[in-house]
Design a protein around this ligand. Structure first.
Ligand code: PEP
Length: 248
């Protein structure tokens, strides 16, 4: 599996001029350092970035609606995102779930994306941890609900992003050992449901990743890909991150 960075720009940058500059720089570094990158851009920039894309860099919507069109003010459908040249979409990001997105919404979005041959990047992760390990059952429930309508022949298209909510926007990522444990747990759930093909799915880690900590996460975290917020909207920090990933 190749190393992968999903750059979640969230509601950044503040203008098209800056977005274009950041995208061009991201594309250049990704090509130079041979690390795969998918840019998850705000919907207002999707089509213009789609026009600049070329080459291997991927383009993701940060959210989609599961209906193709209709009376859903402020929403963007998976079909519209695809028309703007996005080939991926984040679903169930913690910041969307905090605004009311449910496990069942995530399930419908995953099905809508797969029907359009787009790749869902399914975000899962617990809010808190306890000594009883309730975070494992919480994550399993989120995962299995999101995958409920995904048949065997489509599962290879899906990417899972494990992001403990408490690590998103935090000063430090989770401990690599704990990530490794969770990656085994998620993998086991995938293999139980889908058999051998479950080994092929990419599992990403997200939460406070940057160039200073990605090396240990790659070495001990059991993951080769990352969903990155803050460090992806600063070209210098992104370059540092990609450089470490290239050498790992
Ligand atoms: C995220 O938004 O998914 C995220 C991981 O953010 P950050 O890297 O800033 O913690």
């Amino acid at each position: 599996m190749k190393a992968l960075v999903v750059a979640n720009w969230k509601m950044n940058p503040i203008s098209w001029k800056e977005a274009k500059k950041l995208f061009e720089e991201t594309k250049r570094m990704s090509g130079l350092l041979k690390v795969s990158v998918i840019v998850a851009a705000p919907p207002i920039f999707l089509r213009d970035i789609g026009g600049l894309r070329r080459g291997k860099i991927g383009l993701a919507a940060q959210n989609v609606h599961f209906e193709q069109s209709g009376s859903f003010t402020g929403e963007v459908s998976a079909l519209q995102a695809k028309d703007a040249k996005a080939n991926y979409a984040l679903v169930g990001h913690a910041e969307r779930r905090a605004m009311g997105e449910t496990d069942d919404d995530v399930r419908k979005k995953v099905a809508a994306l797969l029907a359009l041959e787009m790749t869902p990047i399914i975000c899962i992760g617990e809010h808190v941890r306890d000594d009883e390990g309730s975070h494992f059952t919480f994550v399993r429930e989120q995962l299995l609900t999101a995958l409920r309508d995904v048949p065997q022949q489509k599962i290879a298209k899906v990417i899972i992003a494990y992001e403990p909510v408490w690590a998103i926007g935090a000063a430090e990522p989770m401990r690599p050992h704990d990530m490794h444990e969770m990656s085994i747990y998620i993998r086991k759930a995938l293999v139980e449901k889908y058999g051998e093909v479950g080994h092929k799915l990419m599992i990403l880690y997200g939460g406070a990743v940057d160039g200073t900590n990605v090396g240990t996460m790659l070495e001990h975290g059991g993951v080769k890909g990352f969903l990155v917020g803050r460090a992806s909207v600063d070209a210098k920090r992104l370059a540092e991150l990609l450089r470490v990933m290239k050498d790992a």
